[in-house]
Ligand binder design. Structure first.
Ligand code: ADP
Ligand code: ADP
Length: 241
């Protein structure tokens, strides 16, 4: 069963001087439950736009996005009254960023607690959940540190713990390892793989590196100029001449 589906997804950016850029041109994506799915493409291919449409950070121009059986585009189209429902739907989607997006004034634990505040958990529940998540990503001993005291790999582990706070069904990763050195990249990719296996978490990741796809993905799509040019399991794609 697909957990993330896009149908004929199109995004056209219009600049103030009237110029148009077609960032997505009829993208159909089918990510099955429990798989790690990679979208591979060069800079400008439309990968970020795609992931931002799945997360509803970006409104598609046309087409649909369905996550876990919910048509998010229909929800977003209903205007402000859909707000609460949309926010709830989005807590089911975790997001990991290239540059971590941690708040430097907050401790590691308080960063992980952020989504839990939005969900309305009590202080005690938030603390328990944040410590549990930090333990899961191997950073239990850094709960009281600040982001500036951590290595890049540790910061991304905090980003992953925060993304898991809302018990998401799917995790979206926007070039999560692009700012990291090769050794750290391997350990962060291994963590994503472990979370996929242990929690049955579905992961959609975008990357410009074939090595990342080979290291962790079950399936992948190649993107070029806003279109998916090939897709399939990683062994299938590697066998294609
Ligand atoms: P990728 O993530 O693969 O590098 P993007 O989705 O960032 O690709 O970009 C796809 C295309 O859309 C590019 O031509 C880019 O310049 C354009 N684009 C992205 N975001 C915007 C925006 N906010 N306004 C206008 N054009 C944009
Ligand atoms: P990771 O693979 O988790 O990113 P690194 O190999 O980058 O870890 O760093 C190794 C160790 O060095 C870490 O466990 C961390 O404690 C320490 N370290 C790295 N950078 C810093 C820093 N800026 N401040 C304090 N400790 C650091």
């Amino acid at each position: 069963i697909p957990v993330i589906t896009t149908q004929d997804l199109t995004k056209v950016y219009r600049s103030r001087d009237g110029r148009e850029t077609t960032a997505l041109d009829g993208v159909g994506l089918h990510v099955r439950e429990g798989e790690v799915y990679g979208v591979l493409g060069r800079s400008g291919a439309g990968k970020s736009t795609l992931i931002r449409c799945v997360n509803l950070l970006e409104r598609p121009t046309s087409g649909t996005v369905t996550v876990d059986g919910r048509d998010l585009t229909a929800l977003a189209g209903r205007g402000p009254r859909a707000g609460a429902e949309l926010r709830r739907a989005r807590t089911r989607i975790g997001m990991v960023f290239q540059h971590f997006n941690l708040l430097s004034s907050r401790t590691v634990r308080a960063n992980v607690e952020l989504p839990l505040e939005i969900l309305g958990l009590t202080r005690r529940e938030r603390e328990r959940k944040a410590l549990e998540l930090l333990d899961l990503v191997g950073l239990a001993d850094k709960a009281r540190s600040y982001p500036a005291q951590l290595s890049g790999g540790q910061k991304q582990r905090v980003g992953i713990a925060r993304a898991l706070a809302g018990d998401p069904k799917v995790l979206l990763s926007d070039e999560a390892t692009s700012a990291l050195d090769p050794g750290t990249t391997r350990s962060v990719l291994q963590l994503l793989r472990d979370l996929n296996r242990q929690l049955g978490l579905t992961i959609l990741l975008i990357t410009h590196e074939m090595e990342v796809v080979k290291a962790v993905c079950d399936s992948a799509a190649l993107m070029r100029e806003g279109r998916i040019t090939e897709s399939g399991t990683v062994p299938e794609l590697l066998a294609t001449p």
